[in-house]
Structures are given as C-alpha cells and as structure tokens.
Design a protein around this ligand. Sequence first.
Ligand code: NAD
Length: 471
Amino acid sequence: MPDLQQFRMTIDGRAAGSETFTVLDPATEQPWAEVPAATQSEVDAAFAAADAAFAGWAADDDARRAALRRAAEKVGVHLDELAGLLVREQGKPYADALGEAQGTVGWIQWFAEVEVPKSEVVTPGEVLQVRFPLGVVAGITPWNYPLIQSAWKFAPALRAGNTVVLKPSPYTPVATLRLGELLAEVLPPGVLNVVSGGDAVGVAMTTHPTTAMVSFTGSTAAGKSVAAAVAPDLKRVTLELGGNDPAILLDDVDVDAIAEPLFWGAFTNNGQVCGVAKRVYVPAALHDRVADALARVAESVAVGAGSEDGVRLGPINNRPQYERVNGLLEDAVAAGATVRSGGKQVGEAGYFLTPTILTDVAAGAAIVEEEQFGPVLPLVAYDDLDAVVAEVNASKFGLGGSVWSADANRALGVGRRLRVGTVYINGHAINHGPHVPFGGARWSGIGVENGLAGLEEYTQRQIIYGNGADL
Ligand code: NAD
C-alpha cells in the first residue's frame, strides 16, 4: 500500500484517535489517507469535553465573536491546503473546492458578525423574550460539501453559545479533520470537537445522553433514523435531507438562453447537491429542442479528475453512489428511456459518469420519483401545467423547485403554488450566502439552516413575565 497521509481527530483541543480506516480517492479508487474510526470511549470523551467547555463558552458573546473571527482568519490562510484535501477526498474540481473553502470562511465570518438581538419586547415593560443556548450540539454532515456543510452547523451553533461535536461522512472526513486541528489553535479546548467514523459513530452521537441537539444533513432514510433516535429524549433536531427538485419550464422559454443555466442548476457538483434540479418538466412542444440544447452543453463539459486543469465535473464520490446512479440509469433505459448525452465511463478507474440527459422516461420511473444525487437528469414532457404542479406538491420531497419563463412574473405565479422550501425563478440552486435561510418541506427536512432563523434553531426561546422587575 502506498504511504497514506495521516489525520487525527480533535477532542478537547488535542489530537486523538486509536483505531483507523482508509479514505479512497474517487478519481483513482486508491486509498490515500488514514483517519481515526472513533471508539465509543473517544465519542464519550468528545461529549465530555464539549460539556465541560459549555458554561464558559455560553457566558460571553463578545469572546465568542472574537473567537469566530479568529477562526475565519485561520481557515482563510489555509484555503489552498483545504481545497487540495477536498479535491482528493470528494473528487470535485480544484476551483470548486477552493470556492467551498472560501465559502466556509464567509459563513464563519457572517455568523461572527451578525447582530443577534439580546432580547425582544413582547409586552412593553411587562413581557420580554430572550434566548439561551441548548448545550452540546451533535453536527453530522454528508460527503458532497464536507467543509461548508460543517460551517453551516458549527458557526451558528457556536455563535449562539453552544459547544459542538462534529462528524463528517466516512467518505470525506479529511478536510473536516484538518479544519478541527486548525480551529483548535484559535478556539478554547472542547468548544469544537471533530470525530470521524462510520454511521455507527453518528448513531452514538444522536443517542448520547449529553447531546442537547442534533443538526443533521444527509439522506432522508438516515434522517428518519435520527428523528427516531432523538425522540426518547426529545432532543432538539434540525434535519436537512434529500431533495428531488423539479425545474418547470413554461411554454415561452427562450431555449437557447436557458440551456446553460439550467444545465448548471442540475449538474453543479456533478448533481451531488441536495438542492439542484433533479427532474425537468418541459412543454411537449419544446421537449426535443430543450433536450438537444441541454445535450449540447453536456457534451461541451470536461469530465475528469478534479486535480486536472479545465475539468468542470469530477467523479461521483463513492462506489455505492456510483452504483446507485448507474442502476437508476440502466433501469430507465431498460424501460425505454433515451440517452441524449453522456452515460459513459471515462478512463480506466474512478467513479466517472459523463453528464447524462435522459428523455422518454416511463411514467413513474425511479429516476423521476426518487433522488438520483448524481449526473443523470430526466426530462418529462407535459401538456397540463396544473397536473405538473399537483404532481410536485404530491411528492414526498419538498426541498425546492424552479420555474422558467420569458416572463419572470408569470413564472413567479406558478412558483408561488409550489409547496417547497425554496422557489427559484429562472435559475436553480442559487445561493446568495449565509443570510438566507435554507430548509425543506415534508421529507426534505425539519427546520432551517442559515440566517438568523438558522441560528435561532440552536437556542431555546424563553418568555419572561417581569411583574414589576426592570426588563
Ligand atoms: P447519509 O445519510 O448516508 O450520511 C450523512 C451522514 O450521516 C454521514 O456522516 C453518515 O455517517 C451519518 N449517518 C448515516 N446514518 C446515520 C444514522 N442512522 N444516525 C446518525 N448518523 C448517520 O447521506 P450522504 O449519502 O452522505 O449524503 C447524501 C444525502 O444528503 C442526499 O440525500 C442529499 O440530498 C442529502 N443532503 C441534504 C442537504 C440539505 O441541506 N437538505 C445538503 C446536502 C446533502
């Protein structure tokens, strides 16, 4: 086996880890890093450290702001290093990885600087609302955006006065472990602990008696397990889960103008984004033109290892996901779907699949009904817009949806009818930054991340009746 890079967990401000597992590079399928597989006693130690750090951390908001500013600065001087690790473990192109590392800084900065109201008057002179932190937060993240997803959790949780135990996905633990080491240099010990391991470590975190809240991002199936795991203790929980976002094209769209933004609204990060378009509803009269236009964009995109110059799409992150996406594609084709572009492996090794546009997909096909989370996009022709809206609203998924039209206000009229967490007009998976709340309806989640609303998820609201006291 080649020399593996070694990474450690951060527990109570110190390096930790006894047992290990290896991390594969999805572009080569070769192991390149060795990381800790947290044992139960290490998980216990992380929660004990977070618990011990809580009272001091919760006591001083100015100190928290200052510490988060130092954290943003620290990440900012390690952007290239963190981006390189992301490319290696996640597969994404370097430019995208750098963007993710920069976004991580931006998120930490925003939560450091945001003005958090100390209290709100409910009845003048009589009733006041305040908020207090919950305690130790368990943050659990997926493998598509490991670094920024971690910041979505620890930055608001810490600013609100909680302490954190964070666990990245076993497919992409490395950049987050390195982040833990870097932040241990600027945060008090125990405030942010980073542990790594498989799903069982996640279970140990959600059921841990010290955990006050679980902030979970991942699949809907795992999210339901988390909801069940926190129920006996009524732990607080936010769940950011799967999506199956529709992009609905109206009959007046300018096909050539929308092809490029629609393509990237679906294929960003190789389609491995909760909130990208995962099915496109096209007026029957425009169907072939839209399919051709999307296929042209797809064929112009360079696919390869994220470390290669000019590559826009890397490999799928891991073998189970690669097999799942290929399986959905094969099932659709066996049932009569047409591959308009892509559908091909690239090179000898690695989980590559060229961006695939599918048409003539059978009604009820899994590729339309379920979340594919990969570079295969089905087009569904429609005649009846009301039926499309009804179908979207009947879906168990409700993360987001977009409507595309030459008349933005006409699109908005349709968009307002969608029962989803985010509506986009003439775009998809747009993200204006940390101040915008994000969350899903139905099986796409509970609660929101980002913005003040996201920070408030990490607090308990308290109403105080003063009865003559100075409020
Ligand atoms: P996953 O659910 O398999 O794993 C996510 C994390 O949860 C990992 O760290 C994993 O180890 C842990 N985990 C798994 N089972 C657990 C359990 N029972 N208890 C506690 N922890 C557990 O998801 P994934 O495959 O890593 O990520 C892809 C999924 O994440 C997709 O469905 C995607 O839509 C979703 N996602 C959602 C959002 C959002 O904001 N809504 C963002 C990104 C990804």
